[in-house]
Design a protein around this ligand. Structure first.
Ligand SMILES: [Zn+2]
Length: 305
């Protein structure tokens, strides 16, 4: 990351504010209250599906799925009410990959304002901040934040409050000493040693999603899960997302050895998973990810017709 945020800040803010019907980044809008419930009536959808309620319902209220090592809640927000659950996860690498968190919030705003975009057979769960300790480490905030809130050094925000890399803590080829780029990082004392990993694991096993999508930055690509070989269903979904978004599609993440990866473990449980690596550490890549998400939704819609 560059030492200044001048250009990226402008881009990220513009992308965040432009399609949103309310100004969620304005300082008065930031409260401990879940942001979706704070929307004024003007933000409600104008073309509600007849099968979906025209107002924000309690379904959009967050569910606390667990707590971080330092005791911060991990929220899941629900959109739609169909029988096929899919899950989008931002910020498993916390404040270091803060643009994945803003992207998740933007997706939440989008589906709250336009619920008719969700096929009637799908329920979307969005977990915007899987690593709230890591976000707090660089923003001194929980939940929504401003780009101006970010510390200059976002590196410490990659880990949880116990300095564990939460995407090295899952039970696929797990190793206590893991690798990130060319340096060692902690994978935890054992698989699922961290409360964040256990919360996500239990949520996934309860919901049995048709897909879990993780947002990361910034390797620019769509990566299919697998343990150790690429999972066929994950590969298919990665291809669908990649085709719509324009990101290059990769069978595996091969830049360096990744142990204890969340998506790879999910594939051992029969749950397909893909990881989207945004192009940079700053921009949200909103258009690319919206196209990918809507094409995935169309895929599930068609699937059951
Ligand atoms: Zn990451």
């Amino acid at each position: 990351m560059s030492p200044t945020f001048v250009t990226p800040t402008t881009d990220a803010l513009a992308l965040t504010l432009e399609p949103s019907p309310v100004p969620p980044l304005a300082p008065p809008a930031y409260t401990a209250t879940p942001p979706i419930t704070a929307k004024p009536a003007a933000a409600l959808p104008t073309k509600p599906s007849p099968t979906l309620p025209p107002t924000i319902t309690p379904d959009n209220l967050p569910q606390i799925i667990g707590y971080s090592y330092e005791g911060r809640p991990i929220y899941s927000y629900r959109f739609g009410s169909g029988p096929i659950p899919i899950v989008f996860v931002g910020g498993i690498h916390g404040g270091y990959e803060w643009n994945t968190i803003l992207l998740a919030y933007q997706a939440m705003d989008y589906f709250a304002a336009q619920p008719y975009r969700i096929p009637t057979n799908v329920t979307i769960f969005i977990i915007p901040v899987a690593n709230p300790d890591g976000l707090f480490a660089v923003t001194q905030k929980e939940g929504r934040f401003l780009v101006e809130d970010l510390a200059e050094d976002t590196f410490p925000g990659r880990f949880n409050g116990r300095n564990v890399d939460l995407n090295r803590n899952w039970d696929c080829q797990w190793s206590a000493t893991a690798v990130w780029r060319n340096q060692p990082v902690s994978g935890g004392s054992q698989p699922f040693s961290e409360p964040e990993s256990r919360a996500l694991r239990d949520f996934f096993l309860e919901k049995r999603p048709a897909l879990v999508l993780f947002w990361h930055s910034a390797a620019n690509g769509v990566f299919a899960a697998g343990c150790p070989e690429t999972d066929g269903h994950s590969r298919q979904l990665a291809t669908i997302f990649g085709g719509a978004s324009g990101y290059p599609v990769y069978e595996r993440f091969t830049y360096y050895l990744v142990t204890g990866d969340a998506g790879d473990w999910l594939s051992t449980q029969g749950i397909p998973s893909i990881s989207i690596e945004l192009k940079t550490h700053e921009a949200l890549d909103w258009k690319e990810n919206l196209a990918g998400m809507l094409t995935l939704l169309a895929h599930y819609n068609k699937h059951l017709q």
